[in-house]
Design a protein around this ligand. Sequence first.
Ligand code: CA
Length: 221
Amino acid sequence: MSNRTIQVDDKLYDYILSASSREPDVLRRLREETSALGTLFRMQISPEQGQFMFLLAQLVRARRTLEVGVFTGYSALSVALALPDDGQILACDVSEEWTSIGRRYWDEAGVGHKIDLRIAPAMETLDELIQDGEHGTFDFAFIDADKRGYAGYFERALVLLRTGGLIAIDNTLWSGRVADAESNDDDTIAIRSFNKKLHHDDRVSLSLVPIGDGLTLAMKR
Ligand code: CA
């Protein structure tokens, strides 16, 4: 026993899933279809992270949420299932191809009407929302897109969230490369600098949760 976060090896990971996974069949099938895309599959969040985000959305009683980076729609579907029937995810992505896979499963799960997909650069969509006076109208945001855009997405999400709203930012441990002094590619540098900026940002309460590839939670104060 130790007072630091436990190391999760394959055996323990399998146990976590066997002891707690509630992944609905529709999500499992979406995950399987996405896995057929090969290495791109890494862009999809893990099932235990999807379940965690479902819980987070319920905890903040989310009605209206943002998603920056949809890919094939696993995270959007996880959150959509947690929203009330009149809830809404405003989902930003630039790919018709990948999001169209998600759309089929969203509709099949009966939550397609909750997901307002905007195919455009997310920065533009978020700026339009701010220009339209949507400040403080969102309860939850998930940021999982190009890593060099993180700081900009975060600032916009913070404006659009209500006080007490939660922003979840994905891949903040970046396969451990953030802690490897030899890793200095652009994405690693961007995530490292984003993490550093957030560390003492007193506009939010903060926790970097080692689930999936690292999920930072920031609650707007
Ligand atoms: Ca991700």
